[in-house]
Design a protein around this ligand. Structure first.
Ligand code: SF4
Length: 399
């Protein structure tokens, strides 16, 4: 049976390591230019080299996003950039602009090209078009329904990748100008201000500061605000259809998000290939433990409707606070990187990269100079005495 690849976001080296530890087969990441997430901690060239050494040593893959839509004046820059990337041997370039595709084939024909979801491929003919030009894989638009996806997979030799989890746009897969219009920040150059999720009011131009409600109902006006995609129920079907790669959105999300979501989909894919796929209770608990906006299956079952939108608020919700990341062993316990305040004697949850979750009581806490501390401060490193846990484990508190 087809076993889809699990593809996770790597917005930084720390998140790349988290994704790998929690079971990703591959990650996608951006360099400092042309990658559609200008506010992520993108990789400079040396970090990119280190990232690919880390991945390839563990027989994992990395795909580099070069998926911005470019102006003519930027083409020489992208040619140079792709030329430089050759030496770090990315497993593919993710591209949307046909101009960039052409340059990638000329400059680095040995690097496979995946067609980005930004290219809005929604049908079999468009898949075949890109495949005939040499694209190894097409990442379909999120707007493709499950039955259309099945038809596409059954009728092409091109690899098909789909998003299974993460944020959605209300426009066609991010080809959107709301952010440009409201803020000058270009969504198609990776700088979206998420203006679709703002709470809008009406202001008369001579009455500064007087905000009149624009209310669809008593909850307000968030008419552009999509819920987040979650296709955990359908991983078995996607494997059956022959989908090559299941992608998690979120290069801007936290280490906790990348770890827990990757860990859940790792288990889901492993279950799917055994046959008789069933969603486990724990999975939804973990998927709702991380920052999200309520989940929808959106277009998978046909057209998205009002149940795919979140009308009450644009805020995120999450079921857990992220307290600390276990960085490695120490002779007295483990070395941790604190993300929030907690103290000895507290009961907290330990989530290991194999998705085993247990309650523990926090033992003694030492600063790196060996002095006992009464609580943690976010951003500081400590030795947590008496704990044995693998690197990458998370300490969390359910809220
Ligand atoms: S403003 Fe909203 S719909 Fe538009 S690109 Fe940004 S996230 Fe997507």
């Amino acid at each position: 049976m087809n076993k889809p690849e699990l593809l996770a976001p790597a917005g930084s080296f720390e998140k790349l390591v988290a994704a790998e530890r929690f079971g990703a087969d591959a990650v996608y990441l951006a360099g400092e230019g042309f990658g559609l997430r200008v506010r992520a901690s993108n990789f400079d060239f040396a970090q990119m080299e280190e990232a690919f050494q880390y991945l390839h040593k563990r027989e994992k893959k990395g795909y580099v996003t070069v998926n911005a839509f470019l102006k003519t004046g930027e083409l020489e820059g992208v040619r140079e950039y792709i030329g430089e990337l050759k030496s770090i041997r990315p497993d593919a370039l993710i591209v949307s602009d046909p101009g960039v595709f052409r340059i990638a084939r000329e400059v680095a024909p040995e690097i496979p090209v995946h067609i980005s979801t930004q290219a809005n491929v929604t049908n079999l003919s468009a898949v075949e078009f890109w495949h005939s030009l040499g694209a190894e894989r097409v990442i379909l638009a999120r707007e493709v329904a499950g039955d259309e996806l099945k038809h596409i997979c059954a009728n092409t030799k091109c690899e098909i990748e789909v998003f299974v989890h993460g944020a959605m746009c209300i426009s066609m897969s991010g080809r959107c100008l709301i952010s440009n219009y409201m803020t000058g920040r270009d969504a198609n150059a990776g700088d979206c201000a998420q203006s679709c999720r703002w709470n809008y009011s009406l202001v008369e131009e001579t009455r500064d500061g007087q905000y009149f409600p624009v209310e669809e109902d008593e909850r307000g006006t968030y008419f552009y605000n999509s819920k987040d995609l979650c296709l955990i129920e359908h991983v078995g079907e996607l494997a059956d259809m022959g989908v090559k790669s299941l992608k998690i959105e979120g290069r801007m999300k936290s280490v906790m998000y990348v770890s827990a979501v990757t860990g859940v989909y790792r288990q889901a894919i492993d279950e799917a290939v055994k046959g008789g796929y069933e969603v486990k209770d724990d999975w939804m608990r973990h998927l709702t433990s991380v920052s999200h906006r309520e989940y929808t299956e959106a277009f998978y079952n046909g057209r998205a409707d009002e149940t795919s939108m979140k009308y009450g608020t644009s805020s995120y919700v999450r079921g857990c606070d992220f307290l600390a990341l276990v960085e490695g062993e120490h002779e007295e316990g483990v070395l941790i990187d604190a993300k929030a305040k907690f103290a000895p004697e507290e009961k907290v949850m330990l989530l290991t990269p194999d998705m085993n979750e247990t309650e523990i009581t926090v033992g003694g806490l030492l600063a790196m100079n060996g002095i006992a501390e009464i609580n943690t401060k976010p951003g500081m490193k400590y030795i947590l005495k008496g704990l044995k846990a693998p690197a990458g484990s998370l300490l969390r508190r359910y809220v």
